[in-house]
Design a protein around this ligand. Structure first.
Ligand SMILES: Cc1cc2nc3c(=O)[nH]c(=O)nc-3n(C[C@H](O)[C@H](O)[C@H](O)COP(=O)(O)O)c2cc1C
Length: 336
């Protein structure tokens, strides 16, 4: 699919997730699943006011191309300036967050607050568009409440302001992250605009991805929580879209190699202590449902030594392979 002048071989994207989609995780997902990921939302004001501090959020992994950065902010001038700085740092695509429901963000007039202020929404997007040559996308929610569905109108405003594609997470602000994503809203957005639409919400398997594309007509899909512990979901989606296998189950050796590579890169990027600390959550996701995972977590919790963690992982996978028949060794690929 094309977004502006960029062509994406894979129609599936890794969703921006604060605290999760840092360079190493995007690197793992790109390598294992071939999907382009977005940075977590980065404060435009933060970039403009204190670049030194914000810079770490604009770091790509080695060779990350295209590099997609998500920004949030309320002030059109600040968001436009931050977008230009992001491009100077290597960004190839800028996404503006217009769906974050976190109170602090909304109170500041950013994220989901923009949904209720169409004039400001248009002014902000036009200002950013005028400052940028690279593709520009927006990520929106369905609306404020079930009775206040705003996504199709927002999408039209975004299109008229020069946005190249719309990403729709069809939950309302009132829903937060609970309840079901309302996929028919993605279809309504697709019918409202001709530019590409990327659907997001509740994709846990390759079949879900195909079904979303089929039911809504969206050109691309985006996966958030379904990728946690399961970067293979993107290979499965790519296979399924190409008419091939929708089920990719890594062997224990493949899983171990990915887990160890993730650990090593985390340590290279964040240092030994912080790298292991951040990795701990991912280790839990990678091994969820596997026999001995609780004991492994216990061994690694609070551990600050790279070799100790590596050894614990190696022992865990060695036992897994010795004790269990191959078909029982994998966690439910959809459990994320
Ligand atoms: C921990 C977490 C952090 C998130 N951070 C962001 C963010 O920074 N920017 C954003 O647009 N959405 C963010 N989201 C929302 C996701 O991008 C996605 O829209 C949502 O999780 C629905 O997709 P899913 O059902 O595939 O998880 C976050 C979600 C989670 C669970």
């Amino acid at each position: 699919m094309n977004i502006g002048n960029l062509t994406f071989e894979n129609k599936a994207f890794l969703a921006p997730m604060a605290g999760i989609t840092h360079p190493v995780f995007r690197w793992m997902v790109r390598e294992v699943g071939g999907a382009v990921g977005f940075t977590e939302m980065v404060s435009a004001e933060g970039i403009v006011r204190d670049f030194e501090r914000a810079q770490k959020y604009l770091e790509p992994f080695p060779g990350e191309k295209p590099f997609a950065v998500q920004l949030f902010g309320a002030d059109p001038g600040a968001v436009a300036a931050a977008a230009v700085i992001s491009v100077e740092q290597g960004a190839d695509l800028i996404d503006i967050n217009m769906g974050c429901p976190v109170r602090k963000v909304v109170k500041a007039g950013a994220g989901a607050a923009l949904m209720r202020d169409p004039g400001k929404l248009a002014a902000l997007l036009r200002k950013v568009r005028a400052a940028l040559h690279c593709p520009l996308t927006v990520k929106i929610r369905s609306g404020w409440t079930a009775g206040e569905i705003l996504a199709p109108d927002m999408a039209r405003i975004a299109r008229d302001s020069g946005v190249d594609a719309i990403i729709v997470h069809p939950r309302t602000v009132a829903q937060g992250f609970s309840g079901k994503a309302d996929w028919p809203v993605i279809e309504r957005v697709k019918k409202a605009v001709e530019i590409p639409v990327i659907g997001n919400g509740d994709i846990r398997t390759a079949e879900d991805a195909l079904r979303m594309m089929d039911e809504t007509g969206c050109e691309g899909i985006m996966v958030g929580r379904g990728v946690l512990g399961n970067p293979w979901i993107f290979s499965a989606i790519r296979g399924a879209i190409g008419g091939g296998s929708a089920m990719i189950v890594p062997t224990p050796a493949e899983r171990e190699a990915v887990v160890c590579s993730h650990l090593d890169r985390n340590i290279r990027f964040f240092g030994e202590r912080d790298g292991i600390k951040d990795f701990y959550r991912h280790l839990s996701w990678y091994t969820k449902g596997m026999r001995g995972c609780a004991a492994l977590r216990k061994q690694v919790l609070g551990e600050e030594n790279h070799e100790e963690v590596r050894d614990a992982i190696h022992r865990f996978f060695a036992l897994t392979q010795r004790d269990r028949p191959p078909e029982d060794e994998h966690p439910d690929a959809s459990s994320g």
